[in-house]
Write a protein that binds this ligand. Structure first.
Ligand code: SF4
Length: 702
């Protein structure tokens, strides 16, 4: 083949949660030289977006870390060292800190990027061996509100729908989701469905995104007021008798309480708060209420809010009231962020125990302890701190040591000036990453070089619960090790690590997970690595019985034959009074600050910032500003401005565009020392997810 490819290896894209099947081509020397989409794969049908097309370049990108490094203080240079030295030092620091300050004084923050077998192994290490309760993932910045909202409405996490629902729906609302840039292949699936059969697409977003430009109706909502719009839509649906009474009576609790609450949200009153005119609210409510099958999707515009969890419950309320859960084209589908955000939810133990088990349930603690061969008393009886609460706990001195696994809070957390000071206070910071130049490593005492996605074997779960496989394309770069190998080798340095079994082969870890999944919502007991590759991904639940019956995966949850996860099998309709608690623009800081992703980049650019074909399209940070607002201030297109908030300031190039309203600016979140110097990041009370999109800023000439 051209580029000298002699072998193609099956994998799943390691960037976003779409979960595209991808093959990596290697040359005669075993070097990755090409990527291509896998034809016949259910998700992407041979297609890839820009990131996937050039993904083979990440293996050898600049900044790959080759050796472990250690130092005593962050003011001296790192010294390269051997693995045993680095892991011995790490184990002794964890033990020292826990002995001196208490078991939970060492915290761990992982990621949505590593393989599911690695999440399970890390969970075993943290919950069963190290024994700290302060363990979380960077998914708290991303999907925590979706998890919390699903649990509150349905009794469990787990997105009920799938991409194929686009092909059956009669109306779609996208809440705070710029699908063409964030999930280009899911958008392509939607466009494909629309070409076959037209149905109304409504986009709720304060910006005129590419998705909004292509929608039938754009609702430019006031930031942070989604719950008001949701309540108003349900108000109209009930007033006009468009609710599905049979479905409500058979499958839900709480309708009367919800109906009473939404009485307060007539379109006239709601319009004054959410900024959408009352006639449009009525039009959208009728479209959704009258559609035979209607679906909602959402991303960070809902999740990253002080009302994130309520926003998800509001979407679920809308769908339950109209009978749109569990049927083809009728669903409430959170579009996940990272490639394995779902894998961490199912198997990582961040918020509980493997297989959607809860620390709070004695029977769940007993079951896992017995399976691992340890005393159940070793487990905490409730969840510890989330990522967003771990950093304040470092400030107060409650936490003295931190291990970051493939996450980069120096760029991704809100209010990074505060995060910088926080990291400086740690007695021990361990950074485990594929790239040594990740910004958070500036503050580390120990750096562990890790393999990237296709230098390892294992599975990811995508947005539609599809478990898909990555085969190992090549060995980890230089002396780096797979994350699982690092976890296994660290475990051996602790007492319980000699009691609990830590299999070395990913396929053996998967077998353990299969046993623990039997009878759970996320049952994967019928799967194997080989079968997953053969089927190009399988959606859970997929039990052994399904294999016996020769069935494929489960496209939907909560169908006519499957009940919700509350003990009585019914979903909850939950009243959502709106509380206005955002940082609102004022005279001193007159603009809303919004942030989000660009199609070219992935998160904090540790990978895409080094790939020429991604980076050259978007090499520097910029700020979208409305031309009328800029004109008033004498700001010209492509000139530099200083953006200031109550947290800090950043200098960015102004790009004048009608995409943002007069009172809003937008800055992409990928760049170091930029938008997150400004964000406040108030937390959602249920999910502890930060509001990245609702801060107030001032603009001035540089
Ligand atoms: Fe990868 Fe997402 Fe692009 Fe698919 S859409 S190729 S999963 S980044």
């Amino acid at each position: 083949a051209d580029k000298g490819v002699v072998k193609w290896t099956y994998s799943t894209c390691g960037y976003c949660s779409t979960g595209c099947s991808i093959e990596i081509g290697t040359n005669a020397q075993g070097q990755p030289v090409a990527s291509r989409g896998v034809g016949g794969a259910d998700v992407n049908r041979g297609k890839l977006c820009l990131k996937g097309i050039f993904e083979y370049e990440v293996f050898e990108a600049t900044g790959r870390a080759s050796r472990p490094m250690v130092r005593d203080t962050i003011h001296e240079a790192y010294a390269p060292t051997h693995w045993d030295t680095a892991l011995d030092k790490m184990a002794s620091e964890i033990k020292r800190i826990q002995a001196k300050y208490g078991q939970d004084s060492f915290a761990i923050v992982s990621t949505g990027q590593i393989l599911t077998e690695e999440f399970y192994t890390l969970g075993k290490l943290v919950r069963g061996v190290i024994g700290t309760n302060n363990y979380d993932g960077n998914t708290t910045l991303c999907m925590a509100s979706a998890v919390s909202g699903y649990k509150r409405s349905f009794g469990s996490d787990g997105p009920p729908g799938c991409y194929e629902d686009f092909e059956h729906t009669d109306c779609l609302i996208a809440w705070g989701s710029n699908l063409p840039e964030q999930h280009p292949i899911i958008y392509w699936r939607l466009k494909e469905a629309l070409e076959k059969r037209k149905f109304p697409v409504i986009v709720v977003d304060p910006r005129v995104t590419i998705f909004a430009q292509n929608a039938d109706i754009h609702l430019p909502i006031t930031p942070g007021t989604d719950v008001v719009l949701q309540n108003a839509l349900i108000h109209v649906i009930i007033k006009e008798g468009l609710e599905d009474r049979d479905y409500i009576n058979a499958n839900t609790n709480g309708f009367d309480e919800l109906a009473k609450e939404v009485e307060n949200y007539d379109p006239t009153s709601a319009a004054k708060i959410c900024g959408i005119d009352e006639d449009t609210i009525r039009t959208v409510a009728r479209l959704y209420g009258k559609a035979k099958r209607a679906m909602s999707i959402w991303t960070m515009g809902i999740n990253q809010s002080t009302h994130g969890s309520d926003g998800v419950v509001g979407i679920n309320n809308l769908n339950l009231v109209t009978g749109n859960i569990g049927k083809p084209g009728g669903t409430s589908l959170s579009i996940t962020g990272q490639c394995n955000a779902m894998g961490t939810r199912e198997w990582s133990s961040c918020s509980g125990l493997p297989g959607y088990r809860a620390l709070e349930k004695p029977e769940d603690r007993e079951e896992i302890a017995k399976f691992w061969g340890i005393d159940p008393e070793f487990f905490p009886k409730k969840r510890g701190l989330t990522e967003t609460d771990i950093f304040p706990a470092i400030e107060t001195g409650e936490i003295k040591g931190l291990w970051l696994v493939a996450t980069n809070p120096m760029t991704s957390m809100a209010n990074t000036p505060r995060i910088r000071k926080t990291l400086e206070k740690l007695e021990c910071l361990v950074v485990q990453d594929a790239y040594y130049d990740v910004e958070s490593s500036q503050y580390a005492h120990i750096f562990l070089p890790a393999g990237i996605w296709a230098e390892k074997e294992g599975v990811f779960t995508n947005t539609e619960r599809r478990v898909n496989l990555t085969r190992q394309v090549k060995q980890p770069y230089a002396e780096s090790k797979s994350d699982m190998q690092i976890f296994n080798e660290l475990a051996k340095r602790f007492d319980n690590g000699k009691v609990i079994r830590f299999p070395e082969r990913p396929a053996d870890v998967f077998e353990e997970m299969k046993q623990l999944s039997k009878g759970r919502l996320c049952d994967i007991s019928g799967m194997s690595h080989d079968l997953i590759e053969q089927k190009r991904g399988i959606q859970w639940p997929y039990s052994e019985e399904k294999v016996a019956d020769n069935e494929n995966g489960s496209q939907r949850l909560y169908t006519e034959t499957a009940t919700f996860c509350y003990p009585d099998g019914k979903a909850k309709l939950i009243p959502l009074p709106f509380i206005n608690n955002n940082e609102i623009p004022d005279e001193q800081f007159p603009f809303w600050l919004n942030s989000g992703r660009l199609v070219e980049h992935w998160h904090t650019r540790t990978k895409t910032g080094k790939i020429g074909n991604n980076n050259k399209f978007s090499p520097i940070p910029f700020m979208e500003m409305n031309p009328d607002a800029a004109d008033e201030m004498g700001i010209k297109h492509q000139t530099y401005v200083r953006v200031t908030s109550r947290r800090g300031d950043a200098v960015v190039m102004a790009m004048l565009t009608q995409r943002v309203p007069r009172n809003m600016v937008f800055i992409p979140f990928h760049f170091f020392d930029c938008v997150n110097r400004l964000t406040l990041g108030l937390l959602d009370p249920y999910s502890r997810q930060p509001a990245f999109k609702q801060s107030a800023v001032a603009i001035e000439h540089v």
